[in-house]
Design a protein around this ligand. Structure first.
Ligand SMILES: [Zn+2]
Length: 247
């Protein structure tokens, strides 16, 4: 299968509704995904429940297709030699370094007739220069984290809703969350509003653990926690609320 993960999942669900046993009736062994983000949970379902070996690639139509691809390590996507790929601050176009989140900007070098220079994809990612155990020396895009609109800058660093979700959802105690970005004395402040499944747990301990994991993944510190009553955060809420006023 080549295509988006959600389309494959739709096919699988439809086949099961029609009475097929997907593992037995289809010789579906490998899937190469592109075109949308591959959530970890969906990947596990494909691999563990359906025994489909999955790999993904990052492709952008305008500069010419696949730009980065996963190797057998499945730990980020190696950049292809045919493109100059930069991660930039979307507001200034300035290049960012390894580990910093910004917009993916692509210049194809393999097609001289194309003439596309620094194409802004609108996708957010970061890259790593760490050597990959597979032996390839190309830098890797860590993951596509969202679109430029899904993120806010807090103290100069992007906080991406999807990434925060990944951190918070690793804590079973939490049922809902929302990040509120405010500003006090010329400094951005990130407050994490949290609803708990069980209000009787040790909140301070949970806050410490969440802070630590959040900072190591999102590289921004949480300034404070607000534990709210169950039901205070609407189910279809925004993950990030920006209350900053720029005067
Ligand atoms: Zn590799």
């Amino acid at each position: 299968f080549v295509g988006t993960p959600s389309f494959l999942m739709t096919l699988i669900n439809r086949a099961e509704e029609m009475g097929h046993d997907v593992r037995r009736d289809f010789a579906l062994r490998r899937a190469w995904f592109t075109g949308e983000m591959l959530p970890d949970r969906l990947r596990r379902t494909m691999e563990e429940d359906y025994h489909i070996a999955t790999t993904q690639a990052y492709a952008v139509t305008e500069p010419g297709g696949a730009i980065a691809y996963e190797c057998c390590q499945k730990a980020g996507m190696h950049l292809m030699d045919e493109y100059v790929v930069e991660i930039v601050d979307p507001s200034t176009g300035r290049q960012l370094g390894p580990g910093e989140i910004g917009e993916v900007v692509v210049t194809p070098t393999h097609n001289e007739a194309w003439g596309l220079i620094r194409f802004g994809t609108g996708d957010l990612s970061s890259y790593t220069t760490e050597p990959c155990p597979c032996g390839r020396t190309a830098n890797r895009l860590v993951a596509i984290l969202g679109r430029t609109g899904d993120a806010v800058k807090v103290r100069g660093m992007f906080v991406v809703a999807k990434q925060a979700e990944q951190v918070v959802h690793s804590f079973e105690e939490v049922s809902q969350f929302q990040m509120v970005i405010g500003r006090r004395q010329q400094r951005d402040e990130l407050t994490m509003r949290v609803e708990l499944k069980d209000g009787a747990i040790d909140k301070q301990r949970l806050a410490e653990r969440m802070s630590e994991r959040f900072q190591s993944l999102c590289r921004v510190a949480i300034d404070g926690f607000e534990f709210v009553e169950s039901g205070s955060i609407p189910r279809d809420h925004q993950r990030i609320v920006d209350t900053r006023v720029w005067e």
